[in-house]
Ligand binder design. Structure first.
Ligand code: HPA
Length: 280
C-alpha cells in the first residue's frame, strides 16, 4: 500500500500542537506579536510579570539561538494590549526550512485574537545617504532568499493560493508611526528591505546589485514572517535597525559584532519606536 503524507496536514498538526501548548501555559488571546531581531532582544525585559516560555519547550519550535537571540517567547500586557514577544527567531539559514522559520508566525495566526505583527531586524545599510544606527520603517521588500514560506499545499483557511503583496506593510500605519515618531523627535527612515538567505554576508557586487534594484537595506530574515502574515491579511509593521553599512559601502570588512554593539547604542530609541508601533 502506498502511503501519502500530506504536507498541509503536517503543517496544521504542528501549528495546533504549538498553539495548544501555549494555551496550556496561559497564552490565551494575543493581539499583537513582536519578533525581536539580532541585538534587539532586550525589549522583552519591558514586560512586567510575563509568562516566559523557552522555544525548546514549545512543540516543533526550532530554538532560534543565533548570536544576539534569546530563544524565548514572552507573553503579557503592554499598553493595555495582550502581546507576544518572540525574543529571537529561527532563521532560514539555520536549517534551510521555511516551515520551521515561520512556525512561530503561523502559531500566532492560529489565535483568532491576533491582529498585528511587528517585525524587527538588524540590517545592513545599502542607502549611501543614511547612517549606521538609523532606524528604517520597511515600506516594501524584495525576496532574494530563493525560497518562499507559502510553497507547498496552500492552507486555505489562512489565505489564498496567490496572495496579493501590494500593501504588505500597511501605508496608514507607516505614516502614523512616522508622524508619532517625529512628534517625539525621533526621525525614521523609510525604505525597501531585501532578504538574502545568508549566512555569509553579501559581496560588494551583490550590494551594488541590490542598490540598483531598489533596496535600501539588506538582511537575512523578516520576509518569511511578512509573507505568512500578509497571506492572512494581518497588519504588519517592519522596523530595521541599520546595524552596519553593507559590504563595500565603506572601505572596510563587515564585523558581525557591530550588530549587537549598534543594538545596544540605539536601544532606547528602538524601544520607544516599538512602544509606538504597539499603540498606533
Ligand atoms: N547583511 C545581511 N544581514 C545583516 C547585515 C548585513 O550587512 N547586517 C545585519 N544583518
Amino acid at each position: 500500500m502506498e502511503v501519502t503524507i500530506r504536507d498541509d496536514e503536517i503543517k496544521r498538526a504542528a501549528i495546533l500542537d504549538a498553539k495548544s501548548y501555549l494555551e496550556q501555559e496561559g497564552v490565551t488571546d494575543p493581539e499583537v506579536g513582536i519578533v525581536l531581531g539580532s541585538g534587539l532582544n532586550d525589549y522583552a525585559d519591558k514586560m512586567k510579570d510575563p509568562i516566559r516560555i523557552p522555544y525548546d519547550k514549545i512543540p516543533h519550535f526550532a530554538t532560534g539561538k543565533a548570536e544576539g537571540h534569546r530563544g524565548e517567547l514572552v507573553y503579557g500586557e503592554l499598553f493595555g494590549k495582550k502581546v507576544i514577544i518572540m525574543a529571537g527567531r529561527f532563521h532560514y539559514y539555520e536549517g534551510g526550512s521555511m516551515d520551521k522559520t515561520v512556525l512561530p508566525a503561523r502559531t500566532l495566526l492560529a489565535f483568532p485574537s491576533f491582529k498585528r505583527m511587528i517585525i524587527t531586524n538588524a540590517a545592513g545599510c545599502i542607502n549611501k545617504d543614511w547612517n549606521q544606527g538609523d532606524l528604517m520603517i520597511i515600506s516594501d521588500h524584495i525576496n532574494c532568499s530563493g525560497a518562499n514560506p507559502l510553497i507547498g499545499t496552500n492552507l486555505d483557511e489562512y489565505g489564498p493560493r496567490f496572495p496579493d503583496m501590494t500593501d504588505t506593510y500597511d501605508k496608514v500605519l507607516r505614516d502614523k508611526l512616522k508622524a508619532v515618531g517625529e512628534k517625539e523627535g525621533i526621525s525614521l527612515r523609510e525604505g525597501v528591505y531585501a532578504m538574502m538567505s545568508g549566512p555569509s554576508f553579501e559581496t560588494p557586487a551583490e550590494i551594488r546589485f541590490l542598490r540598483t534594484i531598489g533596496a535600501d537595506a539588506v538582511g537575512m530574515s523578516s520576509v518569511p514572517e511578512a509573507i505568512i502574515c500578509n497571506h492572512a491579511k494581518k497588519e504588519i509593521i517592519g522596523i530595521s535597525m541599520l546595524s552596519n553599512m553593507a559590504a563595500g559601502v565603506l572601505d572596510q570588512p563587515i564585523n558581525s559584532a557591530e550588530v549587537n554593539e549598534t543594538g545596544r547604542r540605539v536601544h532606547d530609541i528602538f524601544s520607544r519606536v516599538v512602544d509606538l508601533a504597539i499603540q498606533i
